[in-house]
Design a protein around this ligand. Structure first.
Ligand code: SAH
Ligand code: SF4
Length: 411
């Protein structure tokens, strides 16, 4: 009989679907140079194009004034367009968090969520990125947005089927291309007029989807963001549900191009984990930890174990002790990020009980395990993964007026 978990997760699913237009956005400098060479232009024009797309953040060929009018005309005539992902709708939370529905190309039907957190959510505290408390000091020196974090999606929906996750309810619709992943970031940087290099920006690949089930496009996006956009991989964190072949590939990436790693642990043992994350039946906690041991950490870098607290299921005091033992046993330089479960329609769990999150946190700390609480961000704008998309698309029966939509539509 076919193993249902094997059917759920195939590494070769759905190659990204390209639109009929030829998109410049997503190509790196070398590939842009080739486009130019094919038009009989010198390769340095590729550098000018990369500069225009990723540094100047230009969105139409017409506006690339470093290229002659006739060259711009020839590019367009050849079917090229920039085709950067667009922020189609935006929702602003009272806490400053902004959540976007981002759409791609001519196909407006498949959107993903991208989130801007001006103050981060403390998810990077203590992981060696220096993006934690000392940044708050800098802010008081008058630097604005010293530690903004952008949460990025890697797939439309997700195939992994974690029982507590709203994105899982969508199923996997399709993979995103590298340009569609990196483009979410560039669109958000543009919206906030961020000066890359002067302002510290953290990226977390923790939006919709499982990055390690879209590995090539995801890693191409990382390379674009590092080489062309100028962001630091040390300020990027990729989160995986524990896709072992993906972790193994990740371990082989060169350090200068590798983000930090977070593992969604979410349970104190295999039994509970298999219940809440069926993927655990394919790759157990020990399988995942073994693969993580292969990742060569930078000095002071820590692996993050993310732990979603589900009321009565994963938030009990004895489970905190079990998590502490588990993390100690791994022997890894690690920390634990605790996240109170964000409720969503049709997901049969409850939020952790009163005081349970603090108690869990204190117990881990008392056991000598570095542990941090992720601040809930944007609760009023449907903060949980996948929640906004489902709400906006009318799959939630709660009243839409709860959303603080800022009314702007960027096309
Ligand atoms: N697919 C990857 C990355 C996206 S999910 C992964 O699973 O790691 C990012 C994080 O959000 C994961 O740690 C996941 O456990 C957590 N998460 C998912 N649904 C949640 C919810 N409703 N409330 C709180 N955290 C959630
Ligand atoms: Fe997919 Fe991550 Fe949600 Fe699991 S938690 S279903 S892997 S997005």
């Amino acid at each position: 009989m076919a193993n249902p978990v094997n059917r759920l997760v195939r590494l070769d699913t759905n190659p990204p679907v390209e639109g009929s237009e030829r998109s410049l956005f997503g190509l790196d400098e070398a590939a842009l140079g080739k486009v130019m060479a094919d038009l009989g232009e010198p390769a340095f024009r590729g550098k000018q194009l990369a500069e225009a797309l990723y540094r100047q953040r230009i969105t139409t060929i017409d506006e690339i004034t470093t290229l002659s009018l006739s060259l711009r005309g020839r590019l367009a005539a050849e079917g090229w367009s920039i085709n950067r992902p667009r922020i189609a709708q935006s929702f602003v939370s009272v806490d400053g968090t902004e959540r976007y529905l981002v759409e791609f190309g001519a196909d407006a039907s498949e959107t993903v969520e991208t989130v801007w957190m001006p103050e981060g959510d403390d998810g990077e505290a203590g992981d060696g990125s220096e993006a934690g408390n000392e940044e708050i000091g800098r802010r008081s020196e008058g630097k604005r947005r010293a530690r903004a974090t952008i949460c990025v999606s890697s797939q439309v929906g997700c195939a992994v089927n974690c029982q507590f996750c709203l994105t899982a309810k969508l199923g996997l619709k399709r993979n995103l291309t590298a340009g569609q992943i990196a483009g979410q970031v560039v669109a958000v940087l543009d919206r906030h007029q961020v000066e890359v290099g002067r302002e510290r920006i953290n990226l977390v690949f923790m939006g919709m989807g499982e990055p390690f089930l879209n590995y090539d496009a995801w890693m191409d996006a990382v390379r674009l963001l590092v080489k062309e956009v100028g962001l630091s991989p040390q300020r990027m964190t990729v989160s995986t549900s524990g896709i072992v072949p993906g972790i193994e590939r990740f371990a082989a990436e060169p350090t200068e191009m590798r983000p930090k790693l977070a593992i969604s642990l979410n349970a104190p043992n295999d039994e509970v984990r298999s219940e809440v994350m069926p993927i655990n039946r394919k790759w157990s906690i020990e399988d995942v930890v073994d693969a993580v041991r292969g990742v060569q950490l930078r000095p002071r870098e820590r692996v993050t174990f993310e732990y979603v607290l589900l009321g009565g299921v994963t938030d009990r005091p004895e489970q905190a002790l079990e998590v502490a033992r588990l993390v100690r046993r791994t022997g890894l330089a690690a920390k634990v990020n605790l996240i109170a479960w964000n409720p969503g329609p049709g997901v049969p769990f409850s939020m952790p009980g009163e005081g349970a999150v603090e108690r869990f946190h204190q117990m881990l700390t008392a056991e000598g395990i570095p542990a941090y609480l992720r601040k809930p961000r944007g609760r009023d704008i449907y903060a949980a993964c996948g929640q906004l998309k489902r709400t906006v698309e009318g799959q939630d029966d709660r009243p839409q007026k709860k959303l603080q939509k800022d009314g702007k539509v960027f096309k």
